[in-house]
Write a protein that binds this ligand. Structure first.
Ligand code: DX5
Ligand code: ZN
Length: 226
């Protein structure tokens, strides 16, 4: 199946006091807006939660790609689906029964995503792919923006891409962490077809132009997948 690359700017790198404007700056250029929810427990950082997502949801038509870096996602994730998130991704390391939660999220009206952190092997989760709409491979250690891309994570991307192709699954393969103009091509070549970028978009003078540039680089690098 052919799939055009998805570019999902992360508002973690945006100005939190001007979130609606910051999302407005990528409207028309980006495919999704990536929302990093951190609870200062699963990761040692604290960002935003459901009330902010609910408010921001009203200010844009861009689909929300919510990335939950939280413990106990069974308890909290469905609320984001009910708030109108397009996709809700929770971490494999935080969940005893990922398939059950994926089903709950789909029943609540969103797509379901599974995230794999830097130190977690992907093999045990390949069997679960049919229950998910997105699989997110962290290309850094989850918790903070602005970290250096880890190319060794691309072995996981290749493994997942092979499985998606072999089973002809409709799963988006997303990469998150250090994605920028100098790294997006290798991620696309490895088989990623959704790209989160925080610093590379919101650190740029023109965020929409940065999105367009990243998209062009991904399209050029990943012709066999698109
Ligand atoms: C970090 C978050 C990322 C972060 C990426 O744990 O999941 O989405 O915003 O930021 P950059 O693109 O700066 O690495
Ligand atoms: Zn993220």
């Amino acid at each position: 199946m052919e799939a055009k690359p998805i570019i999902a700017p992360s508002i973690l790198a945006a100005d939190f006091a001007r979130l609606a404007d910051e999302v407005g700056a990528i409207e028309g250029a980006a495919d999704w807006v990536h929302v990093d929810v951190m609870d200062n427990h699963f990761v040692p950082n604290l960002t935003i939660g459901l009330p902010v997502v609910q408010s921001l949801r009203k200010s844009t038509s861009l689909p929300f790609d919510v990335h939950l870096m939280i413990t106990d996602p069974q308890r909290w994730a469905p609320g984001y689906a009910e708030a109108g998130a397009y996709n809700v991704t929770f971490h494999a390391e935080a969940c005893d029964d990922p398939v059950a939660l994926a089903k709950t999220l789909r029943a609540a009206g969103s797509k379901a995503g599974l995230a794999i952190d830097r130190d977690t092997p992907v093999e045990p989760y390949l069997e679960l792919l049919p229950y998910f709409d997105t699989l997110l491979i962290m290309t850094i250690k989850a918790g903070f923006g602005g970290q250096k891309f880890l190319p060794e994570m691309l072995a996981k991307v290749r493994d997942v891409r092979r499985r998606i192709a072999a089973k002809q699954l409709e799963v988006r393969l997303e990469v998150d962490g250090g994605i920028a103009a100098d790294t997006i091509a290798e991620a696309a070549e490895a088989g990623a077809d959704a790209f989160v970028a925080g610093t590379a978009v919101y650190g740029a003078a023109d965020p929409a132009e940065a999105v367009r540039h990243l998209r062009a680089l991904a399209e050029r690098a990943g012709p066999s997948h698109y």
